[in-house]
Design a protein around this ligand. Sequence first.
Ligand code: PXP
Length: 239
Amino acid sequence: MAKLGLNIDHVATVRQARGGIEPDPVAAAAIGELAGAEGITIHLREDRRHIQDRDLEILRKTVKTKLNLEMAATQEMVRIALTVKPEQVTLVPEKRRELTTEGGLDVIINLKTITDAVKRLRDGGICVSLFIDPNQEQVKAANKSGADYIEIHTGAYAESFGTPDMGRELEKIDTAIKLAAKVGLGVNAGHGLNYVNIKPVAAIGGIEEYNIGHSIISRAVLVGLDRAVRDMVDLIKYA
Ligand code: PXP
């Protein structure tokens, strides 16, 4: 049965908008786990624009399911991961000016750097996943690097949803899953998945974990707003 890995970066983004202490991603992680998420995913970016080192340290102590740390394959990040020891690291490409992770890792071109990072992390007892586009050559390179999993970047599929390209994008995902299974890599998937486009991907099968953030946090804002407004109205009225 496939699992949900809840990405809580956006909770930290809202907190950082005021530079204060709320909403706390640690509380969001606990609520997510109580609701059935089987993993908590955070991206510690080089510029610390949302998740902070403090979040990672506390979440390491409080997450009861699986902590998946997304990070760039840099010396600094590998050192942090080896100190904090999340159950899983997902290596992602990182560009300073991007709004979010834009594309998959180019494992072919960066094979040496990635292989070195994978080895150091695995030697430290951490399971390693590589975030790649659904491309057969990238799957083969991921296998060469010694990684345990790939996370298929579903962004292109999400963008193609409802267009004539959608079938082709789903086929690419299907082919990548089959090749990964053949060479013995586990398969996760994520990026741009929402309450509508999840269904055709989930129907393919073969994906162990979906890492989803934006659509869940967006929905939380809307489904939670009614209660939040009522709570404040009561406080004002009955003060
Ligand atoms: N997987 C990876 C590797 C990501 O970088 C992200 C975005 O941070 C996600 C999954 C989740 O994407 P979304 O927020 O669009 O659900």
